[in-house]
Write a protein that binds this ligand. Structure first.
Ligand code: GLU
Ligand code: MG
Length: 608
């Protein structure tokens, strides 16, 4: 979740004083990087994945699962047994927001050859085994996007009561501060977001109305502050802390492009896929012990870090040179970067990141050498959590221009996670090789992102998608284009139309070729060894079947598990026992001890 510096973070009052200083130097730092490295060419294609994990305790006696708040110790052990003694160690471990979370990446980035696709899953397997091996006997490592009983009484081990008092970090009625990573960055972000906003964050997720769910669904909170009573909406699951969002796990991929232009092109093209791939990866239907009516975490995180004031959100008239801000810091992108190479685009992109205030600033890092440091730039950049991130090279490094693909939910097994990652990387290969153009107005990408989070969007959602992707840089999309401004019409003559995910992924006669058929075409032309080919085919089969509905998404599978559970009372409540049984089942599947053909299919076993 961003670079961790050592030092003393400033509170909001003091951070505010330095906001303009940080912005001014952050921009200078970006301009320096840009001027030094804009002509850098021929960096090789490299890429890597990031998987976020939860540490979970299975209490078989009480039939209860809890999140274990010892990621600091686990991380320490993993790093000191791995990267700290061996620079070529195959895994790297990093902290994440929750004190029950860790993040794992491959030790070295993957390269550009096809055979690398055959090593992703085994590296993920190494990570899972390595981290699992140092846990206590009744603890497991899980790749589950959202812990179903996050914020329910006693959801952590050790157990802590929430601290809804002014001096608390989150001030949450449900989420104890101890569940936040102990590194000061995380609590500072949490508190400063709350102070900047002027109130607690408010997350309202529509509840799934089952047969016996009270209607209207209105909760009474055991301890109440005025804020929550005002913020909680009827028929919604209400949450009031950054941890409900940033405490979720995801799967990300970062690419190094060969030049800044290629990075900008990939950034734009991949941005249009974010809602589609997010919906395909849907894995988070449950929040604070309830069944919700959404399948993806995105909107929850977006609200969980929304530091905008009421004025900026348009709820109160603006005063004193303030302006409205239309999105949370965690949202879909606001502008394309490459429309036929107009440089206004890049400056506009950086400018739009810099409308935000810094949230976590270290006293010791206030004064910087703008030629050789980029902390002020990174300060703002790393707290803009959008669907895509455009990453300039760090000063004085051999790293090139990169883009990060951020919308995916993490999957239960390494096989699935590898499949999604390889699918996205292959997509970048065909985009670059065939010079494909998927751009549609960003207002439509935003609409797609909303649709993509709905329950069962994979089967039922309709998404705006380009009809002809082989046209290259399209004049309609130039300059003051409709695409950029979103002032388009919905006429039948548009370059895009509404499609189902099945059509987008698998194709439909007379409508769209389908991404998988295009990937298969590309693979035909590549030299790929038989084993790698078989791996890739298994991955694409998963994606294909998830898109067609032949296989379930994790979200759908979890919903069915709960619906069929003997203790489920059709009241949208996930009890401790249901949660426990779900985790026992998930652990069996993740470890390969149990099959789950309805979720994963029957991938062809390879002789290794
Ligand atoms: N955990 C966050 C998510 O689910 C992402 C944090 C990060 O940027 O690494 O999207
Ligand atoms: Mg992360």
């Amino acid at each position: 979740m961003g670079l961790l510096s050592q030092g003393n973070p400033l509170n909001w009052e003091n951070t505010k004083k330095y906001a303009d200083h940080i912005r001014a130097h952050g921009i200078t730092q970006f301009v320096n990087i840009y001027n030094n490295l804009k002509d850098r060419q021929k960096d090789v294609l490299k890429w890597g994945d990031e998987v976020e994990y939860m540490l979970v305790e299975l209490d078989d006696k009480k039939e209860k699962v809890r999140l274990v708040l010892n990621s600091a110790d686990v991380l320490n052990t993993l790093q000191s047994q791995g990267e700290m003694i061996n620079p070529n160690h195959p895994t790297l471990w990093r902290p994440e927001y929750g004190s029950y979370m860790i993040e794992g990446t491959p030790g070295q980035p993957y390269g550009g050859t096809m055979s690398e696709f055959n090593t992703v899953e085994s590296n993920m397997g190494k990570r899972r085994r390595e981290a699992s091996s140092i846990l206590n006997q009744n603890e497991i490592l899980c790749t589950i996007t959202s812990f179903p009983r996050l914020g329910c009484p006693g959801f952590t081990q050790p157990e802590y009561p929430p601290t809804p008092v002014e001096s608390g970090v989150s001030k949450s009625l449900f989420f104890p501060d101890e569940a936040i990573n102990r590194h000061p960055r995380f609590s500072t972000l949490t508190r400063n977001i709350r102070h900047r906003r002027g109130e607690k964050v408010a997350i309202n997720v529509p509840i799934f109305k089952d047969k016996c769910t009270p209607s209207p669904f209105v909760e009474k909170f055991p301890v109440d502050d005025e804020e929550s009573a005002m913020a909680a909406l009827p028929d919604h699951i209400y949450m009031d802390a950054m941890g409900f969002g940033m405490g979720n796990c995801c799967l990300q991929v970062t690419f190094q492009a060969c030049s800044i232009d290629e990075a900008r092109y990939l950034y734009d093209q991949l941005a249009t896929f974010c809602p589609i791939v997010m919906a395909l990866s849907a894995a988070s239907p449950f929040y604070r012990g309830h069944v919700s009516d959404i399948d993806c975490r995105w909107g929850v995180i977006s609200a969980s870090v929304d530091d905008r004031t009421q004025e900026e959100r348009g709820l109160k008239p603006l005063k004193n040179n303030k302006y409205r801000i239309f999105k949370s810091r965690y949202d879909s992108i606001d502008s394309y970067l490459s429309i036929c190479g107009i440089d206004k685009m890049l400056s506009q992109h950086i400018a739009h990141l810099f409308i935000r205030d810094p949230l976590c600033t270290y006293e010791e890092k206030l004064h910087q050498d703008d030629e050789n440091e980029s902390d002020h730039f990174e300060n703002i950049q790393s707290t803009n959590w959008q669907t895509m991130r455009f990453k300039p090279p760090p000063p004085n490094s051999d790293i090139g221009w990169r883009v990060e693909f951020r919308p995916m939910e993490v999957q239960l097994t390494d096989f699935e996670n590898a499949a999604y990652v390889v699918f996205v990387v292959l997509l970048t290969r065909v985009i670059l090789s065939y010079k494909l153009d998927f751009l549609i107005p960003l207002s439509k990408v935003d609409e797609n992102l909303k649709v993509g989070q709905r329950r069962n969007a994979v089967q039922e959602g309709m998404f705006y998608f380009r009809k002809d992707i082989f046209k290259g840089c399209n004049p309609v999309l130039d300059g003051t284009s409709s695409a950029q401004n979103g002032c388009e019409t919905d006429g039948a003559n548009e370059e895009y139309t509404l499609m189902s995910i099945d059509t987008i992924i698998n194709g439909k006669e007379g409508v769209f070729q389908g991404l998988i058929p295009i990937l298969n075409c590309y693979l035909e032309t590549m030299e790929v060894d038989v084993d790698t080919r078989c791996t890739i085919l298994n991955y694409l089969k998963l994606i294909k079947k998830r898109a067609s509905g032949e296989l379930m998404t994790m979200a759908k599978w979890m919903r069915e598990f709960v619906a069929k559970h003997p203790e489920y009372k059709q009241d949208s409540v996930i009890s401790d026992k249901i949660n426990y049984d779900l985790f026992v089942k998930c652990d069996g599947i993740a470890k390969g001890a149990e099959q789950c053909p309805e979720l994963i299919g029957n991938p062809v076993n390879k002789v290794k």
